[in-house]
Design a protein around this ligand. Structure first.
Ligand SMILES: [Fe+2]
Ligand SMILES: [Fe+2]
Length: 263
């Protein structure tokens, strides 16, 4: 099985990349299932119910989230779209939305997907992603050997530590959140595919998606400046993970980083 995982889809430009390019990218790479991180889909802040539906039309089966999943009332409503819109599993119980799901493909195979959020430099108060993630993997392994994890975190060490912690039990641990694609993709000794960060699908001419001027102003003046999403330089960042259907082990992981144009 070949799974395409698209890194943080950011704002209007990221959505247009999916609308214009996802279908042919899926054909070109012989993709069976597409997962995308949508935590920045709505102008950088979460994903609305309407945008989640559009993602599905573009060819995304499951949308994962992160620290922006709860960024607005509309984003919280987006989490109620159904179990194809995930938010990190390790938020305190009682929050809306779900953090794991199973997708059934046409050939009868099942894929388990888990969304987790790291704590280092990000959200110290969340429940432990290692313990919550490990028990979620055990749950899904009772249904399918194929388990994909979006580990949304700031620190590369936390992402790598989690990947080695679950090596051999998860098919892939794919890092998101920094919006910068790392070049460390590999298969760990137990058969888990890993990359520290898949990168951003959005405007390359930006500072992690935002127009540079206000970001620079905040650094210089140390006071509030309103960030605005950039609209320049469509970029796709993704990975293709090839998985053995019977064992759930990864056979390969390939990075994709493409500068695109719109028709
Ligand atoms: Fe993000
Ligand atoms: Fe994030």
């Amino acid at each position: 099985m070949r799974i395409l995982f698209v890194g943080d889809v950011f704002g209007n430009i990221g959505r247009r990349v999916l609308a214009d390019h996802l279908s042919h990218i899926k054909i070109e790479h012989r993709i069976d299932l597409c997962i995308a991180n949508g935590e920045n889909a709505a102008g950088g802040k979460g994903i609305t119910a309407n945008l989640a539906k559009k993602f599905r039309r573009y060819g995304v089966s499951v949308i994962t989230g992160g620290n922006h999943s709860f960024a607005s009332t509309e984003a919280v409503e987006g989490l109620e779209s159904g179990d194809y819109v995930l938010r990190p599993l390790n938020y305190p119980p009682g929050n809306v939305g779900v953090g794991k799901t199973i997708v059934r493909l046409d050939d009868g195979s099942k894929v388990g997907i888990i969304n987790l959020q790291g704590r280092t430099f990000l959200s110290e108060a969340l429940d432990c992603p290692f313990r919550i993630g490990s028990s979620a993997i055990d749950d899904l392994l009772r249904e399918t050997p194929i388990v994909i994890i979006d580990f949304h975190a700031e620190a590369t060490s936390e992402k790598a530590a989690f990947a080695y912690y679950v090596d051999g039990r998860a098919s892939a641990v794919l890092g998101t959140h920094t919006h910068v694609q790392t070049a460390d993709e590999r298969i760990l000794p137990g058969g888990t595919a890993f990359i520290s960060d898949v990168g951003m699908t959005g405007p390359e001419n930006s500072i992690i998606g935002m127009k540079p001027s206000a970001v620079i102003r905040r650094f210089l003046l140390q006071t509030f400046a309103r960030f605005e999403p950039s609209n320049e330089g469509p970029l796709l960042c993704a990975v293709v993970v090839e998985i053995d259907n019977r064992s759930g082990k990864a056979l390969g992981i390939e990075r994709i980083q493409e500068q695109l144009t719109f028709s």
